[in-house]
Design a protein around this ligand. Structure first.
Ligand code: 13P
Length: 257
């Protein structure tokens, strides 16, 4: 399976800055077999960046979209509008769940809409610190996983990518902590166990599971070498070319082992 390195730029960079930054990344990054690199800029930058990027090197991902195809939904952008611009779309990011109050139903509809539109959804799941303290991690991961995948047919499961992002380890969260490789391994095992129990081992093995939460060039290798981790979803460090590039180099090294 490919290794995925995905940069989530969140609400950073103007369109001009995004374009300059992509230019810089395209100059540095060399395509590598078995490595898929994508960045998720702000929605307004997707159109110009889609013309600028070399998809063999860097693909684009949407940070957000609405699940209806068109209609009276002021301010929203649909998958059909994004179709020619991006290959991937984040769904269920904790910032969408907790700041913008997206529900499990919204997330389920979005996963299904992305697949209908030919865009691979990156379904983000992860427990909050309180849920972790109360020993609810497994239940939360299971609920978010199956809540998000409920409307996905078994044949379409191989289009889904799952990203485990413990909310307490995301750098923008106040007092964020670093998840130890052991913490991450435990949760990845939980995710894979439930996927296999519900969909069968063969289908489960085709679903990439990424890790995200304060990933940087110092800790990337430890996360990437965990069993059944197929890549990284990176926030803060993806905004700094040197760091993003270093993480990509680490991924190349690990993937070619
Ligand atoms: P950080 O890498 O800044 O912790 O962000 C993680 C994230 O939320 C990526 O989607």
């Amino acid at each position: 399976m490919k290794t995925f390195i995905v940069g989530n730029w969140k609400m950073n960079f103007t369109v001009g800055e995004s374009s300059l930054y992509l230019h810089k990344l395209l100059k540095r990054i060399k395509p590598a077999k078995n490595l898929e690199i994508a960045v998720a800029p702000s929605t307004i930058a997707l159109q110009p960046l889609s013309l600028q990027t070399d998809r063999k090197k860097i693909k684009l991902a949407a940070q957000n979209f609405y699940f209806r195809d068109y209609g009276a939904y002021t301010g929203e952008v649909s998958i059909s509008q994004l179709r020619s611009l991006v290959d991937y779309a984040l769904v269920g990011h904790s910032e969408r769940r907790y700041i913008f109050h997206e529900t499990d139903k919204d997330i389920r509809e979005k996963v299904a809409a992305a697949i209908r539109g030919g865009i691979r959804p990156i379904l983000c799941i992860g427990e909050t610190e309180t849920e972790r303290d109360f020993g609810e991690t497994e239940g939360v991961l299971k609920d978010q996983l199956f809540g998000g995948l409920q409307d996905v047919s078994e044949e379409d499961l191989n289009k889904v990518i799952v990203a485990y992002e413990p909310v307490w380890a995301i750098s923008s969260v106040k007092g964020a902590k670093l998840a130890s490789p052991d913490d991450v391994q435990k949760s990845i095992n939980i995710i894979r166990k439930h996927l296999a129990a519900k969909f069968g081992k063969e289908r489960e093995e085709k679903i990439p599971v990424l890790y995200g939460g304060s990933v940087n060039p110092q800790n990337a290798e430890a996360y990437l070498t965990l069993d059944d981790v197929n890549g990284l979803l990176i926030g803060g460090a993806s905004l700094i070319a040197d760091q993003f590039d270093d993480i990509i180099e680490i991924a190349k090294k690990v993937t070619n082992k």
